[in-house]
Design a protein around this ligand. Structure first.
Ligand SMILES: [Zn+2]
Length: 193
């Protein structure tokens, strides 16, 4: 699937399940409404982050490793598994056991279905319209940042960036890495470090 096709799928889901606020607050609701059973599991393998499987009656299950101690990473993992679910990846594979190295918040995965699930998660948690307008509003109101359509994060703007980042990470339930990657891809920011 192309990125545009994935974005269209996400828009349908947002329309149905996320009327307002951050999508991360609706992840449980989305799973419930879709009849997906959610479990946090304790596994000894730290590389295992999340899974989408189907039970005997074809019931979908999403599992995440309960030892993920970063909220952003946890939300991204659930959103990633929802990606495998909503993008109908089961037609290509019956089960997804996703490793730490496959759930990439800030780079393109080499494995096609993982790449698609990651892009789905990025768009679900940080929809373009929402993150763009929130970010640009912050630039507009900043007294320190002079450019109002694009931010170059360097020594001068680092303090302002920290405020913006803390607000957006909280609002969208994402990690800094995921946020940076999204802003770079939407051509809203550039990072000198
Ligand atoms: Zn995966």
């Amino acid at each position: 699937m192309t990125n545009n096709e994935i974005e269209l799928e996400v828009l349908k889901i947002l329309d149905k399940y996320v009327q307002r606020g951050g999508s991360h607050k609706q992840l449980l609701k989305i799973m419930q409404a879709e009849g997906i059973k959610f479990k946090e599991v304790s596994v000894s393998n730290d590389n295992f982050l999340g899974a989408l499987t189907f039970g005997k009656n074809n019931n979908p299950y999403i599992m995440v490793n309960q030892s993920i101690n970063n909220t952003g990473r946890r939300n991204f993992t659930i959103a990633h598994e929802l990606g495998h679910y909503f993008l109908n990846h089961r037609l290509l594979s019956p089960v997804f056991l996703c490793q730490d190295s496959q759930i990439n918040e800030d780079r393109v995965s080499e494995i096609l279905l993982e790449r698609e699930a990651n892009y789905f998660a990025t768009c679900l948690l940080m929809p373009e319209q929402k993150i763009k307008s929130a970010f640009l509003a912050m630039l507009r109101y900043s007294k320190i940042i002079k450019t109002k359509t694009f931010l170059i994060v360097n020594n001068k703007t680092y303090g302002s960036w920290c405020k913006i980042k803390n607000d957006l990470m909280k609002r969208y339930g994402v990690s800094e890495a995921a946020l940076r990657y999204r802003l770079i891809n939407l051509r809203l920011a550039e990072f000198e470090f």
